[in-house]
Design a protein around this ligand. Structure first.
Ligand code: ADP
Length: 473
């Protein structure tokens, strides 16, 4: 994938919608999981405290019903069954002396908190809790102090290792769930963004078709009657209106051109008659001559305009047949050779053996005459005009390349419009209709014409015509 297309993917609305959707989903999911995790962690810790708190009255009852030795025995057995690194017990007197202790070798940072002992003795039945953290050996636990008689405090502790193992497993499950959710939401987001924007794409495609001249194209309206359908309906109504205005404007222009042609022909006829009856060298003769010239120029202009309209509307009759383009283009090149030589231009014509196109020779001839005329006209002396032809993707492609004045990048789209003339071309003869007619003729042949150009370096006009079907050379 080219960097340009990947850049445009990242900038596309569907990509950004997808990303926003995935980000929102994952953030919400992660927030829920974090809350669950914190709640779980808190309740597991509380469960440890509840367990420790329950142990104290049990052992107090044992001491009251039995004696100290039985109690010590019971504590030692409990540690033995749970493991020395999981639980420990110590009996401490009010002065802080340890009277009895189970194996506390795993609890290296154990100390006696005198204040906790006093508090436990003062509030019998209400144990005092502390956190235990030995960073060096990575041991964490909870410690409780609870009075089991007026003279003895039970200090007991339980490791949080089990809790941490459980929490670690939860973290792994949560991370995997978040990742899976992210992937799912990316797919779901892509699907939803695609669905939501499909309607916008329908409108874009219709706009592209209409811009290319397919005025009959409209945006299909679905049965959902949603916002996109409203946009489609508004768009279609707008195009209907523009089409009517456009056709009306074109009809008015054509009508004016049509109406002008008749009186102009009459003026021309009168001038011709007057010229015939007057001595050509006389003053009146000269005037009649220039009136004739002007009339010819205006008639040519009007006729070209009407021809463009008729060709674009498909109203101009055409007689198409299998036509070999190479000899036609070569003839046009020969036609321009003397003019090119006069202007000290190098004119070269290199056309491969080309398959035939289906076309009308006289009209296609006009296209190439006009393109070569422009190439010669807009190339300063000493330059070159090169005509080449090739077959490509079921089409015959003829290129007319020159080293002339070139066309500004922002004017490239306009050169095929009626009456367009670049600022630098106004001093050159022309009326800005030639390329418009050339395009109308090529399109009437189901082909197309394109231009590429660099200002000051030259231009290249490319005519593409489909190869005639079922015709052998
Ligand atoms: P014109 O009669 O003015 O040549 P066209 O429709 O043939 O009308 O061309 C429109 C405009 O496109 C020209 O006025 C000129 O500015 C530009 N143009 C056309 N062909 C060339 C070319 N080969 N090199 C530079 N500019 C060109």
């Amino acid at each position: 994938m080219s960097s340009k297309s990947s850049r445009s993917i990242f900038r596309s609305l569907s990509f950004r919608l997808n990303l926003t959707y995935a980000a929102c989903s994952v953030i919400s999911m992660a927030a829920v999981l974090v809350i669950c995790y914190l709640f779980l962690e808190g309740s597991l810790r509380r469960r440890t405290d509840v367990y420790l708190a329950q142990e104290v009255p049990e052992y107090r009852a044992l001491l009251e019903s039995q004696n100290l030795d039985v109690l010590k025995d019971a504590l030692a057995k409990e540690v033995e069954s749970e493991g020395v690194d999981q639980i420990f017990f110590r009996l401490i007197d009010p002065e802080g002396h340890v009277v009895f202790s189970t194996d506390v070798s795993a609890w290296t940072r154990l100390s006696v908190d005198q204040q906790a002992i006093q508090a436990a003795l003062a509030h019998v039945g209400k144990p005092i809790f502390f956190g235990y953290h030995d960073e060096e050996h990575d041991v964490q636990g909870r410690i409780a102090y609870g009075a089991i008689s007026d003279e003895l405090v039970l200090q007991l502790g339980e490791s949080l290792e089990g809790v941490h193992t459980l929490l670690r497993q939860f973290r792994i499950v949560f991370a995997a769930a978040t990742l899976a959710f992210l992937i799912c939401s990316l797919f779901a987001g892509a699907y939803m963004a695609r669905r939501a924007l499909a309607g916008v794409q329908r409108v874009t495609q219709a706009a592209v078709h209409i811009t290319a001249g397919a005025w009959e194209h409209r945006v299909p309206v679905s049965r959902y009657d949603d916002e996109i359908d409203e946009l489609a309906k508004a768009f279609n109504t707008m195009v209907d209106r523009i089409e009517v205005l456009f056709r009306e404007l074109r009809d008015v222009t054509d009508d004016i051109a049509h109406d002008l042609r008749t009186p102009l022909m009459r003026i021309r006829g009168e001038a011709e008659m007057a010229l015939r009856e007057t001595a050509p060298a006389s003053f009146d003769g000269e005037r009649c001559g220039s009136v004739l010239e002007e009339c010819d120029g205006m008639l040519h202009f009007i006729n070209t305009m009407l021809e463009i309209s008729q060709t674009e509307a498909g109203a101009a009759p055409m007689e198409r047949s299998a036509l070999a383009l190479a000899p036609l283009v070569e003839d046009v090149c020969e036609l321009f050779r003397p003019v090119a030589e006069d202007k000290t231009l190098t004119l070269s014509c290199a056309l491969e053996a080309l398959p035939p196109v289906s076309g009308e020779a006289s009209r296609l001839n006009r296209v190439f005459v006009h393109l070569l005329d422009n190439a010669v006209k807009y190339t300063p002396p000493g330059g070159a005009v090169c005509v080449t032809g090739r077959q490509e993707d079921g089409e015959v492609v003829v290129e007319i390349r020159d080293t002339g004045i070139g066309i500004r990048a922002d004017a490239l789209d306009s050169v095929f419009n009626r009456f367009y003339r670049a600022d630098g071309s106004r001093s050159t003869a022309g009326n800005g209709l030639g390329l418009s007619l050339a395009r109308a003729i090529v399109r009437a042949h189901e082909g197309d014409i394109n231009v590429s150009s660099v200002e000051g370096e030259g231009s290249c006009f490319e005519v593409r015509l489909p190869i005639a079907a079922d015709v052998k050379l």
